[in-house]
Ligand binder design. Structure first.
Ligand code: OGA
Ligand code: MN
Length: 286
């Protein structure tokens, strides 16, 4: 017999809590290696692979990979990018990805509407209304994005027991400082249980909440995601409720990303200085 307490939503109260908490407290309370070191278990990287320099990554031997003790199957890779590399990814998200594919502004929209862009889909396009992918609604996933995801997943899977994944669909989310992303699970993919989802953060910081497979299973945990950070969801965490209750203006963003700006960098900075971009990739059909 189920009791009332089993059905209590433990997710929404924490979402509302972080949505309203002052920035400084968010930075302190959301989990990071600096603030909550005991919640992360370091995964030594002993197996390395060749990395294409055009991906903008630091040498693999310098990467810091952790498994998250508070969410089974969740991995956190602390920013492995060079600052030039991050700038290139931000630039692509601003100038290339919204133009060639589907966005909330319609198909093949141009740069002029950048202020109003919220999402772009690439590869198999997600049908937001019916929560499905359609086999016949597909544009090419950009090569560099496939290569980046494959490289990261390969390094993580060859150093942990995380399975491999073949990226087939990407969603690029564009957040303003006041944007949020409601609690949801990503379960529209054919084999979500075993195929990891990889997620990249660029620009301002975010509080990422991850709970259980129902909203009442457990209290969600808040993770601080900063520019360049990568999370990989596999195992139980792959089907867990998650949300972004808060975007946090990062006072160090300019120093991290844009010292010695050229003209193109100035265009990117004028967009990203008060935004966050998230790219997440999934295997859809196999
Ligand atoms: C998503 C998602 C999280 C983020 O797009 O499904 O969960 O970090 N994004 O923005
Ligand atoms: Mn999601």
């Amino acid at each position: 017999m189920s009791t009332i307490s089993e059905d209590i939503d433990l997710f929404t109260p924490l979402f509302k809590y972080f949505r309203r908490l002052p920035d400084i407290n968010c930075f302190k309370e959301a989990y990071s290696i600096g603030t909550h070191p005991t919640l992360f278990e370091h995964c030594p990287i002993t197996v390395t692979i060749d990395v294409d320099p055009s991906l903008g990554l630091q040498p693999i031997t310098t990467w810091s990979l952790y498994s998250c003790k508070f969410s089974d199957g969740l991995y956190f890779l602390s920013n492995p990018f060079t600052s030039v590399g991050q700038r290139q990814w931000i630039d692509r998200c601003i100038t290339i990805y919204p133009r060639q594919d589907k966005t909330n502004l319609g198909d093949n929209s141009n740069n002029q509407h950048l202020a109003r862009i919220r999402w772009a889909t690439l590869g198999y396009h997600y049908d937001w209304t019916n929560k499905i992918y359609k086999q016949d609604d597909h544009t090419k996933l950009p090569n560099e994005l496939v290569q980046l995801s494959e490289t990261i997943v390969k390094v993580i899977s060859s150093n942990t027991n995380c399975p491999m994944m073949q990226p087939e669909a990407a969603i690029v989310n564009y957040y303003h400082i006041n944007s949020t992303l409601c609690a949801h699970t990503d379960h529209s993919e054919y084999d979500a249980l075993t195929k990891p989802l990889i997620s990249f953060s660029f620009g301002n910081s975010a509080v990422f909440l991850i709970g259980g497979q129902t909203k009442s299973e457990c209290k969600p945990s808040p993770i601080l995601l900063r520019t360049g950070d990568i999370i990989l969801m596999t195992g139980a965490s792959r089907l867990c409720f998650h949300a972004i209750p808060r975007i946090l203006s990062d006072p160090l963003l300019n120093d991290i990303l844009y010292t010695n700006m050229d003209d193109n960098d100035k265009v990117c900075w004028s967009y990203i200085h008060d935004k966050r971009i998230n790219i997440n990739l999934r295997q859809v059909y196999t």
